[in-house]
Design a protein. Structure first.
Lengths: 92, 205
């Protein structure tokens, strides 16, 4: 069953506070967060969060497409190294 | 799964997974961006370079597998005998990437330095978990484990493939630990957002 709409999205409160601080220029390297369950809100767009996956912090740069998802979705807990082959990485 | 380690002159694009049918078609596991990409860069060779195959794709299967045909494979037995053989292509056969685009194999192994030239280990892997490309740095002096940095111009201001080095902004390396989930008083913070339920109910009614 989905979460009731009247409750609004769940976000850990300390994350909101850190996001506000980040807008003021703090947390330059990204906001460190253990809150994988928090929902990505529109005011997080453009910020980078370092989301813990139980072992290390995964940088998550928030874009508009990610709003409504949970932080944990972008910080997998299992690793698969895969193959480089002809795959490319783009520096943004 | 152990990834085949491509050297800088040969890139591993896939591996034979067995035979398909009775006419010498082969099932191939591809590691390329798109499964059909394994036939896009000309003939592929085995790891020792002894055999060359000119592949043409017959059918794309799920999970990165394709059915391919090659004139060098005459029978089912030929294809079956090659099971697990890896397929390589010359690095020069890959097209030059666009500006600010880099092949993952080119990035892996680069030495990392900070803005002042101090060593920061080397690039171990490149990931993308859905929130942009990330560089994994290992062997960082005085740091246990690995660190991930976003592959952005802000975090990685310079990439020099020919010189074998990347410049990484030290601010993105997260080298200092912070207290966990605690407020200014050292107490665990509340997990809920402030919601004025009474006001919301009044609006609904």
């Amino acid at each position: 069953m989905p979460r009731s709409v009247w409750k609004g999205p769940f976000v850990d409160r300390y994350l909101l506070k850190k996001a506000e601080e980040s807008q003021e220029g703090k947390h330059k390297g990204g906001i460190k967060s253990w809150s994988r369950r928090s929902t990505i809100l529109p005011q997080f767009v453009g910020l980078t969060f370092n989301v813990y996956n139980g072992q290390k912090f995964i940088p998550v740069h928030v874009t508009e497409d990610m709003v409504g998802h949970k932080f944990g979705e972008f910080s997998p807990t299992r690793s698969y190294y895969g193959h480089g082959a002809d795959k490319k990485a783009k520096r943004k | 799964m152990n990834a085949p380690k491509s050297d800088k002159t040969h890139i591993c694009l896939g591996a034979f997974a067995g035979a398909h049918g009775v006419k010498g078609d082969a099932k191939i596991k591809t590691f390329t961006e798109t499964p059909k990409g394994i036939a896009d860069y000309g003939p592929v060779t085995t790891e020792d370079g002894a055999r060359t195959f000119t592949l043409s794709i017959v059918k794309v299967l799920s999970d990165g597998f394709v059915i391919a045909r090659a004139p060098e494979l005459k029978s089912r037995e030929d294809a079956q005998a090659l099971k697990a053989a890896r397929l390589y292509v010359d690095r020069a056969a890959l097209p030059a990437p666009d500006e600010d685009e880099f092949y993952l194999d080119d990035l892996v192994g680069l030495k990392a330095f900070d803005e002042n030239g101090a060593p920061l280990g080397e690039v171990r892997a490149v990931y993308n978990f859905g929130a942009g490309d990330l560089l994994e740095l290992g062997d960082i002096p005085d740091v246990k484990g690995v660190r991930l940095v976003p592959f952005t111009k802000e975090a990685v201001p310079a990439v020099d493939i020919n010189a074998g080095r990347v410049t990484v902004s030290r601010a993105f390396l997260d080298l200092e630990d912070e207290p966990v989930l605690k407020n200014e008083d050292g107490q665990l913070v509340s997990n809920d957002v402030d919601v004025d339920l009474d006001a919301m109910r009044q609006e609904d009614s």
